[in-house]
Design a protein around this ligand. Structure first.
Ligand SMILES: Nc1nc2c(c(=O)[nH]1)N[C@@H](CN(C=O)c1ccc(C(=O)N[C@@H](CCC(=O)O)C(=O)O)cc1)CN2
Ligand code: GAR
Length: 313
């Protein structure tokens, strides 16, 4: 079942969906999910202990977007209804690999997230962004998601408040969203080993240096570019790698090199690297979604060329 978009409501077991164009039968929290009565909508409900951040709630046929924050403890119910908006040009009717579903993790402006999202809409990536995960609910990436009808999940649970999901609830939510791949794009928290193990060989990260150089704890954002410049390195560039339980030590999938100029400021180098990031991340995610990533005997992942499967890029 290809699900382009869902309407989401947070509700307790007694209330009904508000302004969502459908009413949900109250179900016991113990029930794993509720199947909707109408064939055009698929409703999945499951117990949630914590609070999701916010949603754009739409009724299926509504012309204008109705921003409704519905957040109550109890049940999380999703109505998967084909609607306008976060829908790609491609479809899943043809032969070839199944369309994949993506969860993107951000902490900041989200330019990599945006370039991936646009690529899914343009058909460059055979997949759809199913959900955005962030530890910074007011960041630019989360705002873009909300403005484009993409659900936003707050993770990890913050120490200071009850906001945010625990790892096990996040895993349950990602399974319910039927997510295939997790893409970290400027996400600044350590992905817990439980989440890494729940999605083996399915989590990518983009790092703004040529790993293994200038990676690890403390190496993020401008700090990376400052260290590159201070080292005298003549080249830098983005690395796409699979995520393991440590920062930046996972298997490298793709890299691109850019020159480091003698008079570069960290900001100038960051901008040059970021431009390459947007290209190489889309290429890597496109390969992942087309099942063109293969694993060499020594454990190194390779990307098969789309035009010549005998070649690697
Ligand atoms: N299990 C993994 N989790 C994450 C990885 C990874 O490779 N494995 N990559 C990072 C992204 N990243 C580099 O690409 C990175 C992000 C953040 C840090 C860091 O030092 N963070 C600080 C906290 C910063 C903050 O909260 O503002 C810290 O841990 O002290 C290093 C590398 C994403 N997760
Ligand atoms: N170590 C992690 C790290 O530094 N990631 C970097 O954060 C930026 C996020 O930009 P964006 O939010 O515009 O995509 C990107 O440059 C990415 O490589």
């Amino acid at each position: 079942m290809s699900m382009n978009r869902f309407t989401v409501c947070r509700m307790d077991t007694l209330s009904s969906g508000v302004g969502l164009g459908f009413s949900l039968t109250a179900i016991q929290p113990s029930q794993k999910h509720l199947r909707t009565r109408s064939s055009s909508q698929q409703i999945l409900c499951f117990p949630i202990q914590q609070k999701f951040l916010s949603y754009n709630a739409y009724s299926a046929g509504e012309q204008h977007r109705q921003k409704t924050l519905i957040s109550r403890k109890g049940l999380e119910c999703r109505c998967y209804a084909p609607t306008e908006g976060n829908v790609s040009k491609g479809d899943d009717s043809g032969s070839g690999p199944r369309r994949k579903r993506l969860a993107i993790f951000v902490s900041g402006g989200g330019s990599n997230f945006k370039s991936i999202h646009v690529a899914t809409l343009d058909g460059l990536i055979h997949g759809d962004v199913a959900v955005l995960v962030t530890d910074k609910p007011s960041c630019g990436g989360a705002e873009y998601a909300r403005n484009n009808g993409i659900a936003v999940i707050f993770f990890p649970k913050s120490k200071s408040s009850s906001e945010g999901l625990s790892t096990d609830v996040l895993i349950s939510a990602l399974r319910k969203f039927e997510v295939d791949f997790l893409l970290l794009a400027g996400y600044l928290k350590l992905i817990p080993v439980e989440l890494v193990r729940a999605f083996p060989k399915s989590i990518l990260n983009i790092h703004p240096s040529l790993l293994p150089a200038f990676g690890g704890k403390g190496f993020y954002g401008l700090k990376v570019h400052k260290a590159v410049i201070a080292s005298g390195a003549r080249y830098s560039g983005p690395t796409i790698h699979f995520v393991d339980e440590h920062y930046d030590t996972g298997r490298i999938l793709a890299q691109r090199a850019v020159p480091v100029l003698a008079d570069d400021s960290p900001e100038q180098l960051a901008a040059r690297v970021l431009k390459e990031e947007h290209k190489v991340y889309v290429e890597a995610v496109a390969a992942l979604c087309e099942d063109r990533v293969v694993w060499r005997e020594d454990g190194v992942p390779l990307i098969k060329s789309r035009t010549n499967p005998e070649e690697y890029i």
